[in-house]
Ligand binder design. Structure first.
Ligand code: ADP
Ligand code: MG
Ligand code: MG
Length: 251
């Protein structure tokens, strides 16, 4: 089944009205892994932020439909409650608040809004334990304070873990691979693979091809000048690796 359908999407910076996205088309089905690659400044992050409804941008044309609903009528919170969300980097450490408390608050707030009963601490622990394994986090991580003493790789895995706990149907990961050494990258890739099921999908944005050594994409898209100018299988990424982004014809 189709999860996300983006048609001719245009968007501008809200303040300056400067156009950034210039007609993006993308369809994502359940169980797929989509990778968006492109030069710095090609509009990848803008695309991600527009999908989740970031207020810095204004949609000037086209449509975004998620699970059959017009996303453009929904605010960011409604989108996330519908299952469309981007991992949020929380670089701040929160003294005195453990990861498990933080996650339980976020998850129960979500359940309240969805009209579902909150989980008790014991129920919540039962719910998240198997998910910890999926992203290869040790249990002691839960009792540490939010982001305290996390390595770069742990921070990224924590972002993926949050998406798994909160229940993203389409998880958007922007530059989840940036600044990681090879070992951390492999762990993060494992975590991405861990949260994939036949039902949910991932949209990963990256500048580099090395992530694709570990996560097998269903499709690779190349963004250039605010458009997706090429879509293909892994071979597209391989060609970029060999020839660089200059091998991509201008839109
Ligand atoms: P990418 O993620 O592919 O590197 P971005 O989406 O971050 O590209 O940026 C695309 C272009 O839009 C860049 O030229 C960037 O400077 C510009 N841009 C994006 N967001 C803003 C903003 N909020 N204010 C000013 N310029 C922006
Ligand atoms: Mg950039
Ligand atoms: Mg970016």
């Amino acid at each position: 089944e189709i999860l996300l359908e983006v048609k001719d999407l245009s968007a501008a910076i809200a303040e300056s009205k400067q156009p950034i996205l210039k007609g993006v088309n993308l369809s994502v089905y359940e169980g797929e892994v989509h990778v968006v690659m492109g030069k710095n400044g090609s509009g990848k992050s803008t695309f991600a932020k527009v999908l989740v409804g970031h207020p810095d941008y204004e949609v000037t044309g086209g449509s975004i439909v998620f699970k059959g609903e017009n996303v453009l009528d929904m605010d960011p919170e409604e989108r996330s409650l519908a299952g469309l969300f981007m991992s949020f980097q929380s670089p701040i450490e929160i003294p005195g608040v453990s990861n498990i408390d933080f996650l339980q608050m976020a998850y129960n707030a979500r359940r309240r809004k969805l009209g579902q009963p909150e989980l008790s601490p014991i129920e919540f622990y039962g719910y998240i334990s198997p998910k910890l394994e999926l992203v290869n986090m040790k249990v002691d991580f839960l009792n540490r304070n939010v982001n305290e003493g996390f390595s770069g790789g742990e921070r990224k895995r924590n972002e993926i873990f949050q998406l798994a706990v909160l229940g993203a149907d389409l998880a958007i990961l922007d530059e989840i691979d940036s600044g990681l050494d090879v070992d951390a990258l492999r762990d993060v890739a494992k975590a991405v693979n861990g949260i994939l099921t036949a039902k949910n999908s991932v949209l990963m944005i990256t500048h580099y091809h090395r992530l694709l050594d570990y996560v097998k994409p269903t499709y690779v898209h190349i963004m250039e000048g605010g458009r997706i100018v090429e879509t293909g299988k892994e071979s597209v990424a391989k060609r970029i690796e060999k020839e660089g982004y200059n091998a991509i014809p201008a839109a």
